[in-house]
Design a protein. Structure first.
Length: 126
């Protein structure tokens, strides 16, 4: 699985993700829609150049990323009653691991082939 025990669950997920990428000869840049941007800076105090490498989003990711980020407002909760509800015990069931299981179905985005399409009909409800 992983080589060491990370301090947090999030760190464990990142370690496993990066190891999976290496095992499958995949690039994190391709999966995340980024590339490495290289800059050279002149350091006056050292009288030398310094090369800085930072990840930057590919243009197609930058173009389409802002909209879904601005749309996200947390998890989905619904109520199918209107008006005053009867006094009772209400339960909010949560499926353990449902979010992470759902993430398994997400494929690597093909940022280079993103395209716009027109919505022909809109259906609300069932």
């Amino acid at each position: 699985m992983i080589d060491r025990v990370p301090a947090t669950i999030g760190a464990m997920a990142v370690s496993r993700f990066t190891k999976t990428l290496k095992e499958n000869n995949m690039s994190p840049e391709v999966c995340l829609g980024t590339h490495i941007k290289t800059r050279e800076l002149w350091l006056t105090e050292k009288q030398a150049f310094r090369t800085i490498k930072n990840p930057a989003s590919v243009p197609s990711r930058e173009l389409f990323e802002t909209f879904p980020i601005n749309c996200y407002h947390g998890g989905r909760n619904e109520c199918f009653m209107m008006g005053v509800t009867p006094s009772d015990h209400w339960y909010d069931y949560d499926l353990a691991g449902a979010y992470t299981t759902g993430l398994l179905d997400i494929l690597i985005p093909d940022y280079g082939n993103i395209r716009l399409s027109k919505i022909r009909t809109i259906t609300v409800g069932m």
